[in-house]
Design a protein around this ligand. Sequence first.
Ligand SMILES: CC(=O)N[C@H]1[C@@H](OP(=O)(O)OP(=O)(O)OC[C@H]2O[C@@H](n3ccc(=O)[nH]c3=O)[C@H](O)[C@@H]2O)O[C@H](CO)[C@@H](O)[C@@H]1O
Ligand SMILES: C=C(OP(=O)(O)O)C(=O)O
Length: 443
Amino acid sequence: MSEDVLVVHGGTPLRGEIQVRGAKNLVSKAMVAAVLGETASTLYDVPAIRDVEIVTGLLEAHGVKVSTGPEGELVMDPANVTRAAVDEINVHAGSSRIPILFCGPLLHRLGHAFIPDLGGCKIGDRPIDFHIQALREFGAVVDKRPDGLHLSAPNGLRGIKYELEYPSVGSTEQVLLTAVLADGVTELRNAAVEPEIVDLICVLQKMGAIIKVHTDRVIEIQGVAKLSGYSHRPIPDRIEAASWGAAALATHGEIFVRGAKQADMMTFLNVYRSVGGAFSVDDSPIGGGIRFWHPGGELQPVALETDVHPGLMTDWQQPLVVALTQARGLSIVHETVYERRFGYTTELRQMGANIQLYSECLGGTPCRWGRRNFLHSAVIAGPSKLHAADLQIPDLRAGFSHLIAALAAEGTSRVYGVDRYISRGYEDFDGKLAALGARTERP
Ligand SMILES: CC(=O)N[C@H]1[C@@H](OP(=O)(O)OP(=O)(O)OC[C@H]2O[C@@H](n3ccc(=O)[nH]c3=O)[C@H](O)[C@@H]2O)O[C@H](CO)[C@@H](O)[C@@H]1O
Ligand SMILES: C=C(OP(=O)(O)O)C(=O)O
């Protein structure tokens, strides 16, 4: 088997056009929702990424028949959800965050569920305490064992009143996916309202759910007796779109991201413009997207902090920081969502970036991590001349950032772990790099 390494000859601006398809962080959840339906569901524009393969494996391990069609069509037929094949489920242990979202749907369909260890980016502890608390309130019995979670619902699931300590995306999805078929009304306070959550609500509404999104992060779900399948075209991947936008800036290039949607990226676009990046929006219904480019001249430093929606998305932070290494002056980035999302800066420093980490909440509102000594603020002094290095990428977005840095740097870098990590969230990564004129090789 060939080694998982990409050789990157840096210093060439990325120029051209690529396309983003359905959002990783919606598609995977919509796939889980298919288990709730009594008939088959169809998703369109599904990207060929590893998270989709993982969720496909999990669906099949429970008897869902999954078939694919042209242009990213995915049909999921849950008629035979009658089993939980533990060995098949365990193959996916440690590979993604999604297994935890099967709890509610499986409890409704089977009366029991087994959830293996979760994976996902190593950017903090990522506990699942809110998920478990909420599930217990719904009436689930949750048993934590060394191999994973074993759940049952001996008396069924009933609607709850629940307030999240923090507007967690996954926990909000957990409550949605459980409440739609629970007995009675559920009121979720301090819910996450990311565009991917709103799109999941659209999916569930198509299935027959009754969900009201009130102001102030309150979501009310009226449980119904049954749901049908759905047919849905997901929102485009705003994380991938922003990643290529940041790559255009860092490499002095120009990239048209076909499929990117302005409304879901407003906060990113404001930062992009403040830094000195240029973009234009083509909102044609077919073939539209956002063009990102470096307009020449110097990039400006910025002070920003990541936050839950409508704040600056944490998953945009890592690609943006690479672009900020090229801005003249001091930029400050306060990461408030995850406590350890700056690990990747060690490699950027090796490549010549000037980035210092601090445990204080710099340049923004005090957050949960400030008093707990986590290095969650970064000061980036630029512009720095980046040079090539051998890099072992640690996770998905960090990996993309390392790649951008290698593409912007002078010389030849070897980047290890591309297939393992980047393919989890970026479709046809090598093909897209080639389309943008990147000089890369697979040895
Ligand atoms: C597959 C997917 O959609 N992943 C996204 C999802 O992750 P995910 O759903 O895992 O992220 P959450 O929004 O739940 O996590 C946000 C914060 O809440 C904390 N927390 C969460 C749950 C819990 O039970 N207890 C707890 O303390 C987490 O540790 C983290 O500090 O939303 C994140 C925030 O937009 C994104 O970065 C991820 O790309
Ligand atoms: C953190 C991310 O994903 P996950 O939750 O799947 O690890 C991400 O997509 O940047």
